[in-house]
Design a protein around this ligand. Structure first.
Ligand SMILES: C[S@@+](CC[C@H](N)C(=O)[O-])C[C@H]1O[C@@H](n2cnc3c(N)ncnc32)[C@H](O)[C@@H]1O
Length: 243
């Protein structure tokens, strides 16, 4: 999975940077990380059952989940620990995940199969495009963005997913009183999130302006969060309601 938490340069070359001016937020880099044989097998075998193919038209979520139910989208779920935990602990919720990374998607599919989760679905595609083309207005109850790549170098800040274009997309798909839940272990990105989200009057901080929330008990500590802990970073959960 992409590793943008380190202090190394991520070799985003000039031609890639130039593309950024012509396309929507490019918050990820596709990497050829190791995919285990079981994950590769899961991608082939289980995507037809639990995956939703990218399509540039609005989809009917109820028909994909086989029922009408409150629906939560997790963006950039990594290896899927939160998505799986949420689907297990909240069987009354439809849990949708968007992730681009093969190994993470394979890992999550294996867990969905293991726990026979009929309320989990995965879209392996850029979440920005998923938000803008596949999801209808006010179709979601919650959007989770946990430990997004912080793109810590100033010249890469335009790759941060939290920015006005993203907030427009989230505000469109969230129903009134729906939740946008972000978390980060990168202090400066936490401040950036607060600044950008609170500048958008469609979102209200459930903990009070500028405040972080306790990690909800249903949210397990993620892989990237554990790494942040090891590095001595403190973690903030920021939970906003769409007003
Ligand atoms: C730093 S990792 C965090 C993963 C996980 N949430 C965790 O806490 O362990 C960020 C993840 O977001 C994914 N990602 C970044 N931008 C994305 C996008 N636009 N659409 C889908 N996935 C994205 C990356 O592939 C990566 O797996």
């Amino acid at each position: 999975m992409p590793d943008n938490h380190s202090s190394e340069d991520h070799s985003v070359n000039d031609s890639d940077s130039q593309h950024l001016t012509r396309r929507s937020i490019r918050s990820f880099v596709i990497r050829n990380g190791r995919t285990t044989p079981a994950q590769t097998d899961a991608l082939e075998r289980l995507m037809p059952e639990y995956g939703i193919d990218f399509t540039p038209t609005t989809i009917d979520l109820a028909s994909h989940f086989g029922r009408q139910a409150p629906t939560c989208l997790e963006i950039g779920f990594g290896n899927g620990d939160v998505l799986i935990n949420m689907a297990r602990m909240q069987p009354e919720t439809n849990v949708l995940g968007a992730e681009v990374h093969n190994a993470g998607v394979g890992h999550a599919l294996l867990a969905i199969e293991e726990h026979q989760l009929s309320n989990a679905r995965i879209i392996q595609h850029d979440a920005m495009e998923v938000l803008d083309t596949m999801l209808g207005e006010e179709c979601l109850d919650k959007v989770m963005l946990l430990f997004p790549d912080p793109w810590h170098k100033k010249r890469h800040h335009k790759r941060r997913i939290v920015q006005p274009e993203f907030l427009n997309s989230v505000a469109r798909v969230l129903r009134k009183d729906g939740i946008l839940h972000c978390a980060t272990d990168w202090a400066e990105y936490g401040e950036w999130m607060i600044e950008h989200i609170e500048a958008d009057k469609r979102f209200s901080n459930t903990a009070g302006a500028g405040q972080s929330s306790e990690r909800p008990e249903w949210r397990p500590v993620t892989r990237f969060e554990k790494r942040g802990h090891r590095l001595g970073h403190s973690v903030v959960d920021l939970i906003y309601k769409k007003v």
